[in-house]
Design a protein around this ligand. Structure first.
Ligand code: PEP
Ligand code: MN
Length: 442
């Protein structure tokens, strides 16, 4: 058996290249029947213009470093699975508005800038617990793996490489509009004027939240949203990786990319790809992560020990965070590696609603995990730099229960539109921004 540091030395001692992941075992990726068609798609993708600029990527590293020091706070969120059908102006207005309003609330409440990262413009590939599922009338078919891979319609579940190109065009259209919104002179006004917190009037904190909202609206909302997605399909990510002279290789399809909890094997293809790119990278950390394993992982993923480079996105569950987070904080402290701690309050808190068997999450569990994480970091000589949520700017979505707006299980069928995990809706997300801010100040 290899001793711990052997694995680290073995991996980091190997030559990295954008395609070196190909000699490793890769979980969760789609594999294609027609290799010629795939090659043609990847050849095209390797020539298309980058979606982001490498200087923006470097700026995000610097901003994440400031968040890790407690000088700012990161708010990352968006759909679980972004859908091609949602690539529409009004939908994007709502999604950007939500992130900007939440960021303004956190900034006004804490007095610190908020780094806003959208799960947007490329969040089209999903790892799944099972590769196939049984759908009545269709039998055992491939599970939906995101619009980049196959369609949600049971008739459309074949893995199709043309979708990778479709994903690029949808990302480009999305980002083009998001950039246009931010460049307009009326950006701040358009984003903040609609914020109305009257729907939170039943909260015992309403008076203080109202004054925070007033302050948030009075401060001009700045542009500067970043984009991120889970880089699951590595042949796609490799094709969108570009060498920047004198600097190295950047994945220029997003500012930040992250490794999912199901693809973070030390000797897996995902860790191999991620260890060599210059972007800030996230890595999900769930209940199955061992403390020693985490020590090795941070050494592999942040070999030059750069501040703001590696974001550990913890997602244990509201009932597990108190037991699991402290030993992970200790392991990272012992490793001496800089990390940016982020709490994903959603992925450890998914349950099945008894009433209708829909996947859901309770607002109280989501906020419980985030607020506990803030306190646990403080108590362990560490800093929680941000939160990570699945959320939608759509007001009428009913996918998560609870919150001041009090969605209960029987209401989930009213407007359950996600193709994957349940999202906090607009009202629940705005409330979360206030509640997280309160916990940061506590
Ligand atoms: C996700 O972020 O949508 C996801 C699949 O999370 P995790 O990898 O933590 O399960
Ligand atoms: Mn999800």
């Amino acid at each position: 058996m290899q001793c711990d540091d052997d694995v680290v030395t073995t991996v980091t001692g190997r030559t990295w290249a954008p395609g070196s992941w190909r000699s490793y075992e890769c979980s969760q990726m789609a594999v294609y029947e027609d290799q010629e068609e795939l090659s043609a798609v990847l050849a095209k993708l390797s020539k298309v213009p980058p979606l982001v600029h490498h200087a923006e990527v470097d700026r995000l590293v610097a901003q994440l470093a400031s968040a890790a020091r407690g000088e700012s706070f990161i708010l990352q969120g968006g759909d679980c699975a972004e859908r091609f059908v949602d690539c529409q102006g009004e939908r994007l207005d709502a999604q950007v508005q939500l992130l900007v309003q939440m960021g303004a609330i956190v900034a006004a409440a804490t007095g610190k800038p908020c780094v806003r990262i959208a799960r947007l413009a490329g969040q089209y590939g999903k790892p799944r617990s099972k590769p196939t599922e049984n759908v009545p009338g269709f039998g055992e078919i491939f599970s939906f793996k995101g619009d980049n891979i196959n369609g949600y319609d049971p008739k459309d579940r074949k893995w199709d490489p043309q979708r990778l190109l479709q994903g690029y065009w949808h990302s480009a259209a999305t980002l083009n509009y998001v950039r246009a919104l931010q460049m307009s002179e009326t950006f701040s006004e358009e984003m903040m004027a609609p914020l109305d917190v009257q729907f939170l009037s039943k909260s015992p904190s309403f008076a203080s939240w109202s004054s925070v909202a007033t302050a948030a609206k009075a401060a001009a909302a700045a542009p500067g949203l970043f984009t991120a997605h889970e880089a699951m399909q590595l042949d796609l990510e490799e094709a969108l990786t570009r060498e920047v002279a004198g600097k190295g290789f950047y994945n220029l399809s997003a500012h930040m990319v992250w490794i999912g909890d199901r693809t973070r094997q030390l000797l897996g293809g995902h860790v191999e790809y991620f260890r060599g790119i210059r972007n800030p990278i996230g890595c999900k950390v769930g209940p199955s992560m061992g403390a020693e394993e985490l020590k090795q992982l941070v050494k592999i993923l942040n070999p030059d020990n750069i501040e703001g480079k590696l974001v550990l996105i913890t997602r244990y569950g509201n009932d597990k965070v108190e037991a699991m987070l402290p030993p992970h904080i200790k392991a990272v402290q012992e490793s001496g590696i800089h990390v940016v701690w982020q709490a994903d309050g959603v992925h450890g808190n998914t349950v099945t609603a008894a009433a209708n068997k829909l996947k859901t999450r309770a607002y109280a569990d989501v906020l419980g995990e985030c607020t506990k994480a803030i306190a646990i970091h403080k108590a362990n000589g560490s800093i929680l730099a941000g939160v990570h949520l699945e959320m939608t700017g759509q007001k009428t979505v009913t996918e998560c229960t609870g919150g001041c707006i009090n969605i209960f299980e029987a209401m989930l069928t009213n407007n359950y539109e996600t193709y994957c995990d349940p999202r906090l809706n607009y009202g629940q997300s705005i409330e979360a921004a206030f509640a997280v801010s309160d916990a940061l100040l506590a």
